[in-house]
Design a protein around this ligand. Structure first.
Ligand SMILES: C[S@@+](CC[C@H](N)C(=O)[O-])C[C@H]1O[C@@H](n2cnc3c(N)ncnc32)[C@H](O)[C@@H]1O
Length: 246
């Protein structure tokens, strides 16, 4: 991440790189092709009422928030990065966008749902930072409001990368990814490279039991974990979908 004095005080981990280069890389990777279908499945899974207020937490460039808004919900997209929020306003119109550190309480009317997609949690410097973000989301919801998180977990890392800690290299659409897990900390390290530009990312991964426990400890009830928006049982290769109720 380029330094930017207008960015809120950061609690992100030391390899915080969600800037222009990251946006370009994700565009090239083409990972967001199923967004409209995913948004419809999320709405069904959360049983959102027409016009429900939805917080797209750590919204990035707003693709999921805009898809949910297009389905008739009132979406606020929040992200700590001014650069991605500026890009969200350009490319994903519809939602209201705000720059916010989601480890700090939100001064907004309460939401019916908080949606956090595409591994957009686990970037805190400490586990406590990650836990604090869950508490903030809990407090941002109306009683009975729903949380949905969609993210990779340690089980999936073991499946994809093994447990040796060795670097695994993949190339997709000219983007090179070097991935490895520090199994002593659970940190997944990824370095993306495209056209001579490298972007390093670090994200703390959790076991499924930890995800459910942390969500419960943040004040949610009925924390359930699936292997997809269709609620199938999670397999090692699946990303986790966690749903819970305030
Ligand atoms: C993987 S990207 C977003 C992807 C997006 N949710 C989607 O589904 O397309 C992760 C985002 O988390 C944001 N983020 C990380 N820590 C944050 C924090 N403390 N508060 C708000 N946003 C944060 C980053 O700025 C980045 O845009």
């Amino acid at each position: 991440m380029t330094s930017d004095s207008s960015t809120p005080e950061r609690i992100l981990n030391d390899v915080d790189a969600f800037d222009r280069a990251f946006i370009d890389l994700n565009d090239r990777l083409g990972r967001y092709d199923d967004t409209d279908r995913d948004a419809a499945e999320i709405a069904a899974l959360l049983e959102l009422a027409p016009g429900a207020r939805v917080l797209d937490a750590a919204c990035g460039t707003g693709r999921m928030g805009a898809a949910l808004q297009a389905l008739g919900y009132e979406v606020v997209g929040a992200d700590i990065s001014r650069e991605v929020i500026a890009e969200a306003e350009r490319r994903s119109p519809g939602p209201t966008y705000i720059v916010a550190d989601l480890t700090k309480p939100l001064e907004l009317p309460p939401f019916d749902a908080v949606v956090n997609t595409y591994s957009s949690w686990g970037y805190g410097k400490t586990v406590e930072d990650d836990q604090q973000m869950l508490r903030v989301w809990n407090q941002a919801l109306k009683p009975g409001g729903r949380l949905l998180m969609e993210l990779s977990d340690l089980e999936r890392s073991r499946h994809r990368l093994g447990t040796s800690g060795d670097v695994v290299t993949r190339v997709t659409n000219d983007v090179e990814e070097k991935l490895w897990v520090d199994w002593s900390t659970g940190m997944l390290h990824v370095t993306y490279s495209l056209d001579g530009v490298s972007v390093p990312i670090q994200i703390r991964m959790y076991e499924r039991e930890d995800l459910q426990r942390m969500v419960s400890e943040a004040g949610f009830r009925d924390a359930l974990l699936y292997g997809g928006y269709d609620r199938h049982e999670k397999r090692p290769e699946d990303r986790a979908v966690v749903v819970a109720t305030r």
